[in-house]
Design a protein around this ligand. Structure first.
Ligand code: LLP
Length: 411
């Protein structure tokens, strides 16, 4: 997080004091830096400049309207996976010609809406789905551009809960089946297969799985060529990982850029990317307050007012988000400490530290790198309102989505 710094032992995001913001807002809340968002998007765009891709931000990683508007202003498109995300992307002003629709279970209602809006691509994931699109297109007397998502049967070497490219995963269609699909539908009047799409998983930190995937795609495109079948787009999905702590390796985006450039010098396709985490993760903090400290012989539980309902990733994927104090001090904690939430579940625990500074009731802390799959994965479990979302603005902030009101939750 490039814009997160201590000044005189107080934590600032850009030029805004987090302590000051927390005095005026109920914790826990998400706090974003749009400077960081711009930096990330611009870096991504520059790194792939030679292939001039359409960058379709994966809305699922951060579906905040203001966040999406910022991205639209920077030139981003959107990768959506539901009616809600599609409507949100349109509301943010993202042009339909920059929107791709992914997912294994798009309903007739969702497909009809996407077709009416003339979005760039519907990436299909089964023959059943293609037939559903044909039905709708026939009815409307239109021809619909679709992509076929392939399943390259490649291990993404990431957490198995976020891997999507093995044949045992529900995503995409095997290469053999894809060939049969191209043969079956190539002359169809209501669809035109314009793209191949692929997405093998998330938080991938090594380039090898991407390299292997491009090899599979390369072979498949050669087969299509032999049959005189031409497509226009390759949608390479997202999945690029980020370091969640200082000791973690950084994904080599430059190397990936060169790989894609080399690949495309043979195929001359329009390239689409669907990055989520790489663009949004390090833009956000979750600010929380210490409710109690419960001391035991072996460990001090630091009980926060943020729970697994606010930040699900540790409970769901054993993810580690560093927790840092808003006000630094020189006193040491006497014991091992574990940050936990207030939820009645044993998995409502975040991270353990052998050494930490002294903390007391009422102190503020921040979870780092929570701009992706943070607020978007949260729930109201235990009847806890969804956290507010704020963005820093100069020395102050603005609320970009208010905290959910308890009275709306208990209606
Ligand atoms: N495209 C498709 C088709 C996807 O399914 C996904 C993510 C993306 C793009 C964006 O992937 P990214 O660039 O963010 O890795 N909740 C999990 C991550 C699940 C990702 C699901 N699909 C987590 O918190 O780690």
């Amino acid at each position: 997080m490039n814009f997160l710094k201590y000044r005189d032992n107080l934590l600032y995001l850009e030029n805004a004091s987090i302590e000051k913001i927390a005095k005026k807002n109920v914790t826990p809340f998400y706090l974003y830096s749009f400077k960081q968002l711009e930096k990330n998007f611009t870096y991504f765009k520059h790194t792939f400049a030679s292939t001039n891709p359409t960058i379709c931000f994966a809305v699922k990683s951060n579906p905040n309207l203001t966040f999406l508007k910022k991205l639209r202003n920077l030139g981003s498109g959107a990768d959506v996976v539901s009616m809600g995300e599609l409507q949100l992307a349109l509301k943010a002003g993202i042009h339909p010609s920059k929107i791709v629709f992914s997912g294994v279970g798009k309903t007739n209602e969702e497909l009809t809406f996407a077709i009416t809006k003339k979005i760039l691509l519907i990436n299909t994931e089964s023959e059943n789905e293609i037939d559903e699109i044909i039905k709708i297109a026939k009815n409307k007397k239109v021809k619909v551009a679709i992509g076929i998502r392939i399943n390259p049967d490649i291990a993404a070497k990431t957490n198995k809960k976020i891997s999507t490219g093995k044949k045992s995963d529900k995503f995409g269609i095997s290469i053999n089946h894809c060939e049969a699909i191209f043969n079956k539908y190539k002359l169809n009047k209501f669809i035109s297969i314009q793209a191949i799409s692929v997405h093998i998983g998330s938080q991938i930190k090594n380039i090898n799985p991407f390299e292997k995937t491009l090899k599979v795609v390369d072979l498949f495109l050669k087969k299509l060529k032999q049959k005189n079948i031409k497509i226009n787009y390759l949608d390479i999905g997202g999945g690029m990982g980020i370091p969640y702590s200082k000791s973690e390796t950084i994904f080599n985006l430059t190397k990936y850029g060169k790989l894609v450039e080399k690949f495309n010098s043979h195929h001359h396709l329009k390239i689409i990317f669907e990055p989520g985490r790489y663009i949004s993760a390090n833009t956000g903090l979750l600010v929380a307050r210490v409710v109690y400290i419960k001391k035991t012989k072996s460990i001090n539980f630091v009980i926060l007012d943020a729970g697994m309902n606010d930040l699900m990733r540790p409970a769901l994927y054993d993810a580690k988000h560093e927790v840092i104090p808003v006000r630094k001090n020189n006193k040491k904690s006497s014991n091992l400490i574990e940050f936990v939430g207030p939820i009645c579940e044993s998995t409502d625990r975040f991270i353990t530290y052998k050494k930490y500074q002294h903390l007391k009731q009422g102190d503020l802390v921040c979870f780092t790198n929570v701009g992706a799959y943070g607020r978007s994965l949260s729930s109201t479990y235990n009847i806890r309102p969804l956290a507010g979302e704020l963005a820093v603005q100069n020395t102050s902030y603005k609320i970009i989505r208010p905290r959910q009101k308890l009275k709306d939750l208990i209606k």
